[in-house]
Design a protein around this ligand. Structure first.
Ligand code: MYA
Length: 625
């Protein structure tokens, strides 16, 4: 079973108290008591749709976070970065060299691209997430191989030092990673990919207590061949203060290659992002000074997760740039290519492709800047949106580049056109930084757990109604509104531009049904909901579509309110997107709610099991005898 451990443990521990309350509020997915955490209202839109509620605080107004000075700084950087990619960097050359060419690497260091978010007094450019996203978008439009070299360095390589480093660690390491020394993020191991908590590398304290001695090995480490400074995750024996027993827990360390005992394998031969360096890294009795523990002993798993959470929006930003590049190529071709006596852009088939490509790019870009804006204004509730943006961006970019190749026809298939390389580069984005499959489960189960915790609070409140009238009334009124089909709070409809009112109504309806279906799942499956992956995937898809709808509603509203020249166009993109996305939400939720497909899912499961038991396809005679 997929080890999404926390759900199993928490749901089992709460199983004893499973019951339906007098007001038929099921409390199936209860968590370990974490009273304080549960009382804090999560600000995430996505988290709240699991309760059937529309939380708009992080959605409206759209990404309006840069002040004049920040905009000016950004503009000063955008032009030279564009110029660098136009004039210096050659993605085809990097791809064929299977490394970033020397002049490109030097250009990136000279432009400060390796230290975009490091404070200026420590050698970086001191950009916020929104400024970072804008520059990363340019990188993604030009060379994903360079993007990974940059991203592995700062989006994950030394991000832990930025987020969790002590002042001393920051002062020691950040000036180095902005002035020529590469960083890497070392988590994955041969037996530990998606199940990140199961790593086997181990570090134990030396007899004098001054060092940890690290042993183990890592695989598929971007920048692994030349990184000098690494964030390495390893098991360490930690004493549980409650039981006094010693247990292995993951700890994060800052490891320098110069500590000794660190070596790297040869560069991997990959399908794409060939320009980036990927290697195994081995640690043999590496002495790590105790002051190089990052984020506290035993806290490494959370350090790793938070680094990944924090960096995921960068992929959406980068891939939004990639999509822009591919759409431009497709449109250049479609508007000049004549077939059957007409320009091919006049054919409905091509129009549909171009429109869909544009919608996916618009949604991805809107997600990236919504998340970066929230992070810049101090939100800590962006993890689900970040995971969604990574899945959405990687799948959309794949679709868009594939369709661009289709529009270009035979020309698209030629290496010289440049799209073949981009398609190869893109494939890994659905796999690394958390596979899209794992992230879908993460979104669905985290949301369900949140909804379950709220239902439990409510059930508790009913035990002493007099003391909890506020909570009971507010929940009861939300449910009453829901039952008459008006689930969106008035503030939501007021926030959306009137010309988008009918699209907003589709979001309300989707979220309303979403909440009901989650409640039904909690009642029906209880703790076993963790095993319902066929359903969880569909729930995650509905969550992705719901977030995608609201984020473009916010952006198009802003365009209409500000009378931007693109406002009408954005309105149409948004209306078309919401119309189709809400239908997908309804279809996915219907599958879960109706239970009709359970039989088919059961059959799919049996087919797969049969094939796996036989260690290969069951091969009926193709001619039927
Ligand atoms: S790096 C390798 C990437 N690897 C992964 O992403 C691993 C994926 N696996 C996981 O994420 C976890 O193992 C899962 C949980 C999700 C499966 N945020 O019992 P648990 C907490 C915050 O559920 P598990 C790469 O690819 C949870 O609440 N907290 O855990 C490089 C619980 O806390 P508590 C989280 O079942 C690519 C505790 O942890 C999260 O074991 C290079 C245990 O939870 C979370 N997300 O598994 C890319 N998850 O106990 C280059 C769990 O308190 C960058 N928890 O309740 C490119 C950038 C783009 C370009 C940029 C250009 C400049």
């Amino acid at each position: 079973m997929l080890r999404v451990g926390r759900f199993v443990v928490k749901l089992e521990s709460s199983q004893k108290s499973l019951q339906l309350s007098s007001r038929c509020l099921a409390t199936a997915a209860q968590t370990k008591p974490k009273e304080d955490a549960q009382k804090v209202e999560n600000q995430s839109f996505t988290m709240n749709i699991f309760r059937g509620q529309i939380q708009t605080n992080q959605i409206f107004p759209y990404a309006n976070v840069l002040n004049e000075e920040q905009k000016e700084t950004l503009q000063m950087l955008v032009d030279p970065v564009y110029k660098f990619f136009e004039e210096v960097n050659d993605p085809a050359k990097n791809d064929s060299l299977a490394q970033v060419a020397e002049e490109s690497m030097k250009g990136c260091w000279d432009l400060g691209l390796f230290g975009l978010q490091v404070p200026q007094d420590l050698g970086g450019l001191g950009l916020n997430n929104t400024q970072y996203a804008r520059l990363v978008e340019i990188v993604g439009a030009n060379d994903l191989g360079v993007g990974i070299t940059l991203g592995a360095h700062q989006s994950i390589g030394f991000k832990g030092i930025l987020l969790f480093g002590t002042p001393e660690q920051k002062a020691k390491y950040l000036p180095r990673v902005t002035s020529g020394e590469f960083a890497a993020f070392c988590l994955t191991e041969p037996s530990s990919g998606s199940d990140a908590g199961s790593i086997k590398s181990r570090a134990v304290k030396s007899a004098d207590g001054k060092h940890y001695i690290l042993n183990g090995s890592k695989i598929w480490i971007s920048n692994g061949g030349f990184a000098e400074i690494m964030t390495v995750f390893a098991q360490t024996p930690v004493v549980d203060p409650k039981t006094g027993k010693t247990k292995d827990k993951v700890t994060a360390f800052i490891v320098e290659r110069s500590f000794g005992g660190v070596s790297s394998g040869p560069p991997e031969n990959k399908m794409g992002i060939k320009a980036s360096n990927t290697t195994e890294v081995y640690y043999e009795d590496v002495p790590i000074p105790v002051e190089n523990v990052l984020g506290g002993e035993g806290n490494g798993f959370k350090v790793a997760m938070n680094i990944l959470n924090n960096g995921r929006f960068g992929m959406a930003a980068a891939l939004s740039g990639t999509m822009k590049y591919a759409i431009k190529k497709a449109v250049d071709h479609a508007t000049t290519r004549i077939q059957f006596g007409k320009r091919i852009d006049s054919f409905g088939t091509i129009q549909e492709k171009i429109a869909r490509m544009a919608m996916l790019q618009y949604v991805t870009e809107s997600m990236a800047y919504n998340i970066s804006g929230n992070m810049d204004t101090g939100s800590v509730d962006y993890h689900l949106e970040a995971a969604i943006s990574k899945c959405f961006a990687s799948e959309s970019a794949w679709f868009v580049v594939d369709e661009a190749i289709q529009i270009l026809g035979g020309m698209g298939f030629m290496k010289s056109t440049g799209l073949e390389r981009v398609l190869r580069d893109l494939r890994i984005f659905r796999i690394f930084e958390g596979t899209n499959d794992i992230l879908r489960l993460f979104v669905a189960l985290t949301g369900i757990q949140y909804a379950g915790a709220h239902l439990r609070e409510l059930q508790k409140a009913f035990k002493n109604p007099a003391a909890n009238l506020g909570l009971i009334f507010s929940e009861a009124s939300k449910r009453a509104i829901r039952s008459v089909g008006l689930s969106s709070p008035p503030s939501f409809s007021q926030l959306v531009h009137p010309e988008l009112a009918s699209s907003a109504a589709l979001v309300s309806k989707s979220v309303d049904t979403f909440g009901q279906v989650v409640e039904m799942m909690l009642i029906k499956y209880g703790k076993n909901v963790v095993d319902e992956q066929f359903l969880l995937n569909r729930l995650a898809n509905a969550a992705m579509d719901s977030y995608a709808m609201i984020v473009v509603l916010s952006r198009a509203t802003s365009a209409l309110n500000n009378k931007l020249p693109t406002a009408e166009y954005e309105k149409e993109l948004t209306q078309a997107w919401c119309a189709e996305a809400s239908e997908r939400v309804a279809a996915n939720l219907k599958i879960i709610g109706s239970g009709k497909h359970l039989d088919t899912f059961g059959k799919l499961s049996t087919i797969a099991k049969t094939i796996c038991e036989k260690e290969g396809l069951v091969q009926p005679n193709p001619l039927g005898f």
